[in-house]
Design a binder for this molecule. Structure first.
Ligand code: FAD
Length: 386
């Protein structure tokens, strides 16, 4: 049986959660998933409905209205949604993993009790604004500034590639409050209705269409001192620690994509006749299916193991980067091999696999590029064997 270890890792609550999110995806998301992609359409009503059902409460403790900090639950919800709409899964990840979870970890009581219940119910939509037009992989190079004056910070600068940027109510916004480099960056819970905040451009993308991404501009936007999240000048360390959970959970989007590709490949190959036989009988097709299945079996099992044993007080960079690196590559490979298995039909929009392949490519770039994962892993390997 494929994924037999995952069956053992999941408890009864996880199985119930998977079946309820799967039902929601089949009834509510599947009918509009091609519209989400084709029209670059963010279904706000569906997102709000996910709030009513608790799916936007992942990683938020129950006392603040969420379904708890359990990472396997987050992985299940993101993976199931990604099987149909990786874009919606990405927007949910930005909302919960990038916005709500840092508030859980670094917020004071006032911030947690005000924001978390609203995020859990999707009354507010969240995101995280770190990357800038001239600072992506080089995260220490951000230049957006926050200048303090009489109880307020005034933020000025640009942020690029921000998921949920055009629709977010709050954005965890990182800006320079001190010297150059790592030690002068702080994080603010920024209300997007603030004067001086502009969505300069909604980006037109290859994939993840429907998950709105934007270039943002802050022109002396005023933020109360009480909206500082965590300690002043420690924002860089917060975002770097956050990469661990971001890279683990974004891997669930890749495994969701690969799962769906594999399902489509198996079904189609049994039905498609060529040279008087189903193509599933040809060994070159079987090789594709076996290769994707074996990679998915290992990477997905590792994802659930890492999620089960994740300890926020330890250094999890090796497992998080390994997962992100391997799952990002697998998503793209599964998408391409699914297209190839379906031949000409795979290249059309009549089947989901071409969209999945386009969506999968994001996971080679977002949350740290594949090259940055490789560099980090190489560094850790040398350290380990020194
Ligand atoms: C759809 C989408 C959604 C996103 N969502 C968010 C979000 O919500 N919030 C947010 O803050 N950011 C977000 N990002 C930004 C994302 O994190 C960055 O795109 C990513 O970190 C890469 O930065 P960059 O695009 O500036 O590329 P660059 O850093 O300019 O890299 C360009 C190329 O150079 C390579 N490279 C760079 N440095 C090195 C090196 N030292 N050695 C070898 N190769 C190197 C990279 O791997 C890459 O191939 C999103 C991006 C996309 C596309």
């Amino acid at each position: 049986m494929l994924f037999s270890l995952i069956e053992k890792i999941e408890n009864e609550e996880h199985k119930v959660l998977r079946s309820s999110i799967r039902k929601f995806v089949e009834t509510k998301i599947a009918p509009i998933s091609s519209k989400i992609d084709k029209d670059d359409y963010f279904p706000i009503d569906i997102f709000k409905e996910m709030g009513d059902l608790g799916f936007t409460g992942i990683l938020i403790p129950e006392e603040y209205g969420g379904i708890g900090e359990d990472i396997i639950s987050a992985v299940i919800v993101l993976e199931e949604i990604a099987r149909e709409s990786p874009a919606l899964s990405l927007s949910l990840l930005a909302h919960n993993v990038l916005c709500a979870y840092p508030i859980v970890k670094y917020g004071n009581e006032e911030q947690k009790s005000y924001y978390l219940p609203k995020l859990a119910r999707a009354e507010l939509i969240g995101g995280l604004a770190y990357s800038e037009p001239n600072a992506g992989s080089d995260a220490e190079a951000i230049t957006t500034k926050a200048i303090y004056k009489e109880g307020y910070f005034y933020i000025s600068g640009s942020k690029n590639f921000i998921t949920n940027g055009p629709i977010a109510d709050i954005l965890l916004t990182y800006a320079r409050t001190g010297k150059e480099g790592k030690d002068g960056i702080s994080c603010f819970i920024f209300d997007t209705k603030t004067e001086g905040f502009y969505v300069s451009k909604k980006l037109d993308k290859l994939g993840m269409r429907g998950s709105p991404t934007a270039l943002l501009y802050f022109d002396n936007a005023k933020v109360q001192e009480s909206k500082l999240l965590g300690k002043i000048n420690e924002g860089y360390y917060m975002v770097v620690k956050g990469f661990e959970i971001e890279r683990i959970t974004i891997s669930a989007i890749s495994t969701g994509i690969a799962l769906r590709c594999l399902e489509v490949m198996v079904k189609y190959s049994k039905e498609r006749i060529a040279f008087n036989r189903p193509i599933s009988e040809y060994q070159l097709i079987q090789e594709k299916i076996a290769r994707i299945a074996s990679k998915l079996e290992t990477i997905r099992t590792y994802l659930y193991l890492v999620s089960k044993y994740y300890d926020p007080n330890k250094d999890n960079r090796v497992s998080a980067s390994t997962l992100k690196y391997l799952s990002g590559k697998l998503g793209v490979e599964a998408g391409l091999e699914a297209i190839q298995t379906l031949g000409g039909y795979g290249y059309t929009k009549d089947y989901i696999v071409e969209k999945l392949m386009r969506d999968a490519k994001l996971n080679d770039i977002g949350a740290g590029t594949t090259e940055m994962m490789i560099l980090q892993l190489a560094k850790m390997v040398y350290k380990h064997f020194k």
